[in-house]
Design a protein around this ligand. Structure first.
Ligand SMILES: Cc1cc2nc3c(=O)[nH]c(=O)nc-3n(C[C@H](O)[C@H](O)[C@H](O)COP(=O)(O)O)c2cc1C
Length: 193
């Protein structure tokens, strides 16, 4: 099983990062092969809405995102992690999500309309953390994940969501969270996540 972890935080070793690290550590211990992308390190733009992918399903913008598309294609599982920034995901990882528009175009070109609701390229998960305890803190980002994975022809299977994490080490210093993250990685490999 090939698992791609997409790290959305600009903060190195912050909460969403250490949680995803722990999930991937468990996945490796359970026999999966993992790859990691750090959105903050990609030199790329958001979607230009140029329509360049409409007829070919390929993005015409030549930047670091071109290294990411093959990773999307080879992954059986993708796990996207992000801090909550103004009730959304970070701008860095939103650019990656928006550039999945080319994959959506490709899917529309390849799949007959009656199969648009079926997903055949694997499973996708979301890890999100926020500082506050807002009741609807994760509502928006769950939709982002659902439609991101839809573009990638993957089923969105939910994830882990933590409120009240603000300082960089809040997750790392919480053994319950780290334990839950490790168990989640094991479950994902077993197909139970
Ligand atoms: C630009 C910015 C916007 C934020 N917006 C929110 C928000 O809308 N709701 C919230 O609960 N926390 C918000 N936070 C707090 C972060 O989500 C929180 O500190 C989180 O733990 C950061 O995760 P990280 O360590 O993985 O980067 C914001 C932080 C920043 C820097």
């Amino acid at each position: 099983m090939k698992i791609l972890g997409i790290y959305g935080s600009p903060r190195k070793q912050g909460n969403s990062e250490v949680i995803l690290d722990e999930i991937l550590r468990a996945a490796v211990d359970s026999g999966a092969e993992t790859k990691k992308i750090y959105a903050r390190d990609l030199n790329m733009s958001g979607c230009q809405e140029c329509g360049g992918c409409d007829k070919t399903g390929k993005c015409v913008v030549k930047d670091d995102m071109q290294q990411v598309y093959p990773l999307f294609e080879e992954a059986d599982v993708i796990i996207l992690s992000s801090p909550i920034f103004f009730y959304g995901i970070s701008a860095q990882v939103k650019a990656v999500v928006d550039r999945a528009q080319a994959m959506w175009s490709r899917r529309m070109l390849k799949k007959p309309r009656e199969q648009w609701k079926n997903h055949e390229s694997g499973r996708g998960y979301l890890i999100a953390v926020g500082a506050t305890k807002g009741e609807n803190l994760f509502e928006g980002v769950k939709y982002v994940a659902k439609y991101f994975y839809d573009a990638l022809d993957m089923d969105y299977e939910g994830g882990l969501f933590y409120k009240g994490l603000e300082r960089k080490d809040d997750a790392k210093n919480n053994p319950e969270i780290m334990k839950e993250a490790y168990a989640f990685g094991e479950k994902i490999v077993k197909g139970e996540g």
